[in-house]
Design a protein around this ligand. Sequence first.
Ligand SMILES: [Mg+2]
Length: 340
Amino acid sequence: MPDEFSIIARLRRVIPSRAGVHAGADVPLGIGDDAAVVHCAAGNEWVLSTDAFVEGSHFLARLHPPDAVGYKALARAASDLAAMGAAPRHFLLTLALPGRRTGAWLDAFARGMAVAARRFQMRLIGGDVSRHTHVVAALTVIGETRTGRALTRSGARPGDALYVSGRLGAAQAGLDLMLRKGAAAVARRQRLSYSLNRHLYPEPRLALGAWLASEQLASAAMDLSDGLSTDLPRLCRASGAGAVLHTAAIPSVLDAPSSQRLPAHLKDAAVFRRALDGGEDYELLFTVPARLSARIPPSFRGVPLTRIGEITAKRNITLLDASGNDRPLRTRGYDHFAAS
Ligand SMILES: [Mg+2]
């Protein structure tokens, strides 16, 4: 296995990074010392989050292309910054991997992470590499926001409108497809389906989060990592409230452009469950006070924004269908490979 220094040097060459001393810059001290030093603009504050992407739990090295592993490791972590309405800035990478993954696999991993870093405008400012039986990519991400403007889960109030971005269930549909068809489907990547793309290369809603925060439109927000039926109760608990969900309004993956050819009868219960329970869409779930909801457009930069319900004083969560029938929401914990 190559030594840690040479691996970090290889990562640094590919991934946008800051190394050494840069007097007066926003990163006065980057990679190469015991720790990095970063500078925050006056009137702003840091927003920090960490996320571990673990082989066997979150991805399968035999199935998932290494560039997608590198891309998604950073995208998942950056999504938490989107949820807070923070502008992404810097990240630190703690990487553990077996010797057999330090060659071509690591180069592809770094290329994927570099694509994500450029897309999200983030720079690597530190890292640590060690040997392990499985790949673990632990990312610490640092974002910036105006002081006091970070979006939280706890601000939803009864009467607020509940919105979601994008289409739900797409990433789960992509994972199901990959587990069913195996690596062959992934190998034909130039023809990736919409859902497979959403599973392998999720798009954290950074611009949307930043806009909601700067316009002070959202009373609460979070990103959907574990599925609506798991994450909505978290937002409601944090806010000390409940919600009514309008089931007919929940935008599912079959409403996506690539699926419009499918006949209506396929929009069945299974598709609905995937929209409700499927994980890893990394869309934003947010609430808007009623007096501000007219300012939420039908889409933001091409991403649909859909009103799916309301926050209630009653603390339970109710599903309400188009005929007016209601039933309680059942939470199914999201398990990546429960089907495998
Ligand atoms: Mg989150």
